[in-house]
Write a protein that binds this ligand. Structure first.
Ligand SMILES: [Fe+2]
Ligand SMILES: [Fe+2]
Length: 489
């Protein structure tokens, strides 16, 4: 240990690290880049896995967590991309699979059949392996010479440890002993995948395991072929994205479009306080946006990385908006599972439109929220309601939507070159989507029950006010009116 210290005992080296850390042998630029590319690869694949599983995952808490975790992985992948680019690396080679064992690992988790295998693979194998490698990187590299990478790595580690903590709790809630026992061979396969790559870091004691290839993508640092232990299990058939949104049992009567909250919200006759109920409902219903946006992300390959990062931010914001609505109902002591949270928007868009057309509809709707009657109005209603939480939530919701309109201009409008044309295309695409309001009723999928009076009465009880008889009698449906109050032809 060195006994040298700073002038008047000031912390040396800008407080970054000790002299001993700075005297550490560390790693060459080349070695750092190779290692960080592995972190980057796993983050990109994790982003893909989380995103691909949002739509068809029934459990709401997993849907929202996957939305967050996908976004965090996208952000950290961006940071590693940038850092690698700073290290004499053009061409960056960021699309190269660093090791076939890591690719097999990710493919297996992506193809996990249910959330039992999926949460185990993600939160008990993939993420802990990445966390361990990030820690090892910090313990190995020279903290002074490689300080910019250290910063990127530390931030990634900080957030991934939170992801891992959520994951441990999720696994404890979702995976029983019997399922775990049955999955021992699969978990062993995942460990073998990592071992074949000499760990995520690539610097563990190499274990000579051959990866059985579906394609021939051997990378040069792969150990020599000796056996065929890494046979694909779940990934023996390629992953197929499921675009049909699923909901857990708390979501009942999901085809119900018997209440049109926008018609209530923009009706002058009703009180701001009463309108907050409809806004909380609208927010919670936004869980359909991640379900739809995930389909765009998964079915739109080949875009610049920033596209995926930006769209994932927006996707996460929409999941967050749903949670704001959820918290609104918690605040009122109302059990939201008694309200039908409609999913036909994401279902119809995902099954009736192409990814590009879905993006057009999304942009059209969000741009439509920008004028005075849109998000600003919702915020004003929140402020006027006397319910501070409603004002606060709409304030941030509005800010988020301004960002989303910008993201739409960047990744959607630019292709048109003209805002008006981009808007009318989005409008046309939305008109194309059949709402099936009548056929859902005729098929018996829903009775379009008017759930409003019962929830409104309960809220009035909480507020200790006498219900407004006109508000109580509200019964406008979506049969002939779209959410933007345009008539359905
Ligand atoms: Fe939103
Ligand atoms: Fe939005």
């Amino acid at each position: 240990m060195t006994t040298v210290s700073g002038w008047r005992n000031l912390p040396p080296l800008a407080g970054l690290c000790s002299y001993d850390d700075a005297l550490r042998e560390g790693m060459s630029v080349d070695r750092c880049v190779t290692w960080m590319k592995r972190h980057h690869y796993l983050l990109v694949r994790l982003h893909q896995i989380f995103t691909a599983r949002i739509t068809a995952e029934p459990v709401y808490e997993l849907k929202t967590a996957f939305s967050l975790h996908a976004y965090l992985c996208a952000e950290h992948a961006s940071a590693f991309r940038q850092r690698v680019g700073e290290l004499r690396e053009p061409p960056l080679g960021l699309d190269v699979v660093p090791h076939a064992g890591l690719e097999r690992l990710c493919d297996e988790v992506l193809c996990a059949p249910t959330h039992v295998e999926l949460t185990l693979g993600l939160y008990e194998c993939l993420i802990p392996a990445l966390v361990a490698s990030l820690k090892k990187y910090l313990a190995t590299t020279n903290l002074l010479a490689d300080a910019p990478s250290v910063r990127v790595t530390r931030f990634c580690l900080f957030e991934l440890e939170e992801v891992a903590a959520f994951g441990r709790q999720a696994v404890a809630c979702l995976v029983d002993e019997r399922s775990r026992e049955q999955l021992v061979p699969w978990l062993q396969l995942l460990s073998d995948c990592i071992a074949s790559a000499a760990g995520v870091s690539g610097c563990d004691e190499p274990v000579e395991i051959n990866v059985h290839h579906a394609s021939n993508q051997d990378s040069k640092d792969e150990p020599p072929s000796l056996s065929s232990t890494l046979k694909p299990h779940f990934s023996s058939t390629p992953f197929v994205y499921d675009p049909i949104p699923q909901r857990d049992e708390r979501f009942q009567d999901s085809f119900n479009a018997g209440v049109n909250p926008e018609a209530f919200l923009y009706d002058q006759r009703f009180a701001a306080r009463d309108k907050t109920l409809m806004m909380f409902y609208k927010r919670l219903r936004e869980i359909d946006v991640p379900e739809m946006m995930a389909s765009i992300l998964i079915q739109t390959p080949g875009k610049p990385w920033k596209y995926y990062r930006d769209m994932s931010r927006q996707l996460w914001d929409e999941a967050r908006h749903a949670m704001l609505g959820e918290v609104g109902f918690v605040h009122l002591g109302i059990d939201w599972s008694r309200i039908p949270i409609n999913f036909t928007w994401s279902r119809n868009l995902n099954t009736q439109l192409e990814p590009w057309e879905r993006h057009a509809v999304l942009f059209f709707i969000e741009q439509g929220l920008m004028p005075r009657t849109g998000k600003r109005y919702e915020w004003e209603v929140g402020l006027a309601s006397g319910i501070p939480l409603a004002g606060l939530f709409q304030d941030f919701d509005w800010a988020d939507e301004v960002l989303h309109a910008q993201i739409g201009r960047e990744w959607y409008v630019k292709e048109f070159g003209d805002l008006n044309e981009a808007m009318s295309y989005g409008d046309r695409c939305w008109s194309q989507v059949l709402s099936h309001w009548r056929s859902y009723l005729d098929d018996g999928r829903t009775a379009h029950r008017n759930w409003w009076p019962e929830i409104y009465l309960e809220a009035c009880q909480t507020w200790g006010v006498i219900p407004d008889p006109v508000a109580l009698a509200f019964q406008t449906t979506y049969e002939s009116t779209r959410a933007d109050l345009k008539q359905i032809r």
